[in-house]
Design a protein around this ligand. Structure first.
Ligand code: GLU
Length: 424
């Protein structure tokens, strides 16, 4: 018997509600370890912090920040920091839990954590951005550290923000702790290949899934939602493999071109305030039409909850590659499975980022840095081994790749939990 969490009542399609349903689906496959499954349904530790800063105009503004350590059974907490006006504790809980599953799915020696600040960084000056980052880092400094919990970039955070986080933590602790965050700039202990790693992992898992489906990448039509670090990098790699990008949606809108969008023109414009719709080489259409575009592969690489039941019924894709965390709600997952649409779930599909974060952390500790080929070869090997093992599990139990990934990951997490035992 367990009492319910008092501080979050999940709604069914909220990120935390989605995660809890995903856990419920794996419990029948956990055997005796199911005894420990409640561990997965509650975060180990959650910190809410006030982040006050003095704005450029002299006002004092307060923001709410979070760091959630969902599970540390297999190693230190690991996971990004998100700056977004809609960030909530509940969302960060879900994102931290998905990190626990993700690091276990690819067998990295980490638990899962995540952080965020409820802020629109586009409305901050560079100086204000630095202040909010540093104050937040100082506030969560009581629970992060190179051996306890290692933040990284996520939505709207980048190498510069990681550099400020590393510096702030180091100032407060009196040394230079490069290993406290990953996704840093190269000359501050960052790793080659880290910026492109998540998109690369989406491509590697997608290429293997397409091969198994008998879907030829040459000429394959791909629709990409979210054109940041994940979506645009994956798009480039698929185009190199012969596919064409027929639709792109970002925060500015949706553009389509059934002959394929020219990425060399689109990517630079999408990085400016004009966004993807600033590109002339495609037709601008209303956002909801993105889901109607005829395509073979759909890559949701933006935020949670994007593929709902309605959109799952509409899509013509045969393959969904979850570059984002939590883009598909459970009801939509069922509809896609019934329709024979294969979903490569977030917790394996986008694990390339945290995998190269792990390489970065290892390089920082050994103060010995690898070349990019070595990073990419190791990344591909880890992703392919993990995916093959998950596929075997899916075939054995006749379950979706998502539930199979949870089965592989949760067995590792709960075995560690059981072996460590309950304290006291
Ligand atoms: N934010 C990324 C993710 O969701 C990377 C996390 C990391 O590198 O720790 O997987």
């Amino acid at each position: 018997m367990s009492e319910k969490l008092s501080f979050v009542q999940p709604t069914p399609n909220s990120p935390w509600g989605t995660y809890l349903q995903q856990v419920d689906r794996v419990i029948p496959y956990l055997g005796d370890l199911a005894r420990w499954a409640e561990t997965l349904k509650r975060p180990k530790r959650a910190l809410i912090v006030d982040v006050p800063i003095e704005m450029d105009d002299g006002r004092i503004a307060h923001y709410e920040g979070y760091r959630v350590q969902h599970n540390m059974s297999r190693g230190p907490g690991k996971g990004g920091v998100r700056f977004h006006p809609d960030v909530t504790l509940e969302e960060v809980m879900a994102l931290s839990a998905w990190m626990t599953v993700k690091t276990a799915a690819v067998n990295l020696p980490y638990g899962g954590a995540k952080g965020g600040i409820r802020v629109d960084p586009k409305k901050l000056s560079q100086k204000e951005l630095e202040k909010i980052t540093r104050r937040y880092t100082s506030e969560i400094g009581i629970i992060i550290g190179p051996h306890t919990d290692i933040p990284a970039p996520d939505v709207n955070t980048n190498g510069q923000i990681m550099a400020w986080m590393m510096d702030t933590y180091s100032m407060n602790t009196g040394g230079t702790s490069t290993g406290v965050v990953t996704g840093k700039p190269l000359h501050l202990g960052g790793s080659l290949g880290r910026v492109k790693a998540t998109g690369r992992g989406v491509f590697v898992t997608g290429r293997e899934a397409a091969r198994r489906l008998g879907l030829d990448l040459r000429g394959a039509r791909i629709a990409v939602q979210g054109f940041g670090n994940v979506g645009s990098v994956a798009a480039e790699l698929f185009v190199e493999a012969g596919a064409k990008i027929v639709a792109v949606q970002d925060h500015t809108g949706t553009i389509v071109n059934e002959n394929g969008l020219d990425l060399a023109g689109l990517i630079p414009i999408s990085r400016t305030p004009a966004g993807a719709v600033g590109f002339e080489g495609g037709d601008k259409v209303p956002n909801e039409q993105f889901w109607d575009v005829a395509c073979d592969i759909l890559i949701p690489a933006a935020l949670e909850g994007q593929i709902n039941a309605d959109r799952a019924r509409k899509t013509s894709a045969r393959l969904v590659l979850e570059g984002a965390n939590g883009p598909t709600v459970p009801e939509a997952d069922d509809i896609l499975a019934e329709r024979g649409v294969l979903v490569v779930p977030d917790v394996i599909c986008n694990a390339g980022g945290v995998t190269v974060s792990y390489f970065e952390w290892v390089q920082d500790f050994s103060s010995f840095f690898w070349d990019e080929d070595e990073i990419n070869v190791r990344l591909d090997r880890i992703m392919m081994n993990a995916l093959n093992q998950i596929w075997d599990t899916a075939d054995k139990h006749k379950i979706t790749l998502r539930t199979a990934t949870y089965a592989v990951a949760c067995e590792r997490i709960l075995t560690a939990r059981q072996e460590r035992g309950l304290y006291p």
